[in-house]
Design a protein around this ligand. Structure first.
Ligand SMILES: Cc1ncc(COP(=O)(O)O)c(C=O)c1O
Length: 372
């Protein structure tokens, strides 16, 4: 087994498998296509675990990420970020039989694609159901009709359906608010779909996906496909809005302890913004948290202990204990930190270490694609 001496990402495969199983069952029970977002783990090895549950379709957030998973045998991918026209010419590097779905919300993007690609590709219209990030507003019938008609008139483009991401669920503080975001989203997608149906554009697939809604909702009426990603690891942010329990959090940062200050009940760890990102949350007492400390066990870790990662700089993290410091936590040892936002923490590393001591390779979002 390799000897780890630096901050490293520890993943628990048993928990990951359980998280994948739960979401796969939810999709099956609701007759939904499950197209998990792979931007959270970005690892060919973790993607393989999804195959064990029959998953063959995935979502990615860039052409480079699509290329990475394509090279690892994934041949049905949706790039769920508005298409970047600078990349249009690269679309033909994927064989025609590889399904690459592209996202659009503007006529110029469609015009560009139609002029610059040779092989036919599937197109999703991005619908804004309230996140106000991108997409055609769900009730903007004029623009929706124009865009759908334009896509239909392009011989190289095949209109697949309508896709939304209810990112506003991340502002919800409770299960109830997540569920009301979900309900609103399915009603708004139904409205857009019914409108296109009424003008003769039928058979469109409806795709939604965010971890809070997909984890908590039981009603998926009118929805054909889900694309959650974060659920594979979960994190403190999802714990706080009761989307998961701490036993479902599958990844922590393992940090060397490099300072011990009993007078102020604090440890200093090698683990800062470059390892965790600067995402933070507020604890019940209003104090800032950059992660929740846990104790490492032989093959796992404990639930969060009575302490908080109260501040971070580039490389350092300060762990403040609510009472005295645990006597087993000594300089030269390790402590675990449950991240606030696992997607951003995972993106900072090129490898995961499993609790069995194996290395799992991964890519990072800033890696660029090299086409043959
Ligand atoms: C378009 C789209 N689909 C799906 C997802 C997955 O959502 P989550 O990270 O909540 O699992 C994201 C996340 O950003 C997204 O942007």
């Amino acid at each position: 087994m390799i000897k780890l001496i630096n901050p490293n990402l520890l993943i628990n495969l048993k928990i990951i498998r359980n998280n994948i199983y739960n979401m796969t069952e939810k999709a099956k029970n609701n007759a939904l296509v499950f197209r998990p977002h792979f931007k959270t783990h970005q690892s060919s090895a973790i993607a393989e675990l999804f195959r064990d549950y029959g998953i063959r379709k995935a979502t990615v957030s860039s052409l480079a990420m699509a290329y990475y998973f394509y090279k690892h045998g994934w041949t049905d991918l949706t790039i769920a970020l508005p298409h970047n026209p600078l990349e249009s010419h690269l679309m033909d590097d994927f064989p025609s039989q590889t399904m690459i779905g592209l996202l659009v919300d503007h006529p110029d993007t469609i015009k560009n694609l139609n002029q610059n690609i040779k092989k036919k590709r599937g197109i999703w219209i991005k619908i804004d159901t309230g996140a106000n990030r991108c997409g055609i507003p769900w009730n903007d019938e004029v623009h929706l009709f124009q865009l759908a008609k334009q896509i239909k008139s392009c011989p190289k483009l095949h209109l697949l359906g309508l896709l939304s991401h209810a990112g506003q669920s991340y502002h919800a503080k409770t299960r109830e608010t997540v569920l009301s975001v979900h309900q609103e989203q399915i009603e708004r997608m139904a409205f857009s779909k019914a409108f296109l149906d009424s003008v003769g554009l039928s058979d469109l697939i409806i795709s939604i996906g965010d971890t809070p809604c997909c984890s908590l909702a039981e009603d998926f009426k009118g929805i054909d496909e889900i694309r959650p990603g974060n659920f594979v690891f979960f994190d403190v942010d999802q714990l706080q809005r009761q989307v998961c329990q701490w036993q479902q959090v599958a990844m922590i940062l393992r940090c060397p302890i490099i300072g011990r200050y009993p007078d102020r009940q604090q440890l200093v760890v090698h683990g800062g913004a470059v390892h965790l990102s600067k995402d933070h949350t507020l604890l019940q007492d209003g104090s800032k948290s950059f992660g929740l400390p846990v104790l490492l066990e032989k093959d796992s870790w404990t639930n969060p202990i009575m302490a908080n990662l109260s501040s971070i700089s580039q490389e350092h993290g300060v762990v403040s204990f609510f009472n005295t410091i645990d006597p087993d936590l000594k300089i030269g040892g390790f402590i675990g930190i449950m991240p606030i936002h696992s997607c951003l923490t995972a993106d900072l590393f090129s490898t995961y270490i499993t609790t069995e001591g194996k290395c799992f390779p991964k890519r990072r979002s800033t890696d660029i694609a090299f086409f043959p």
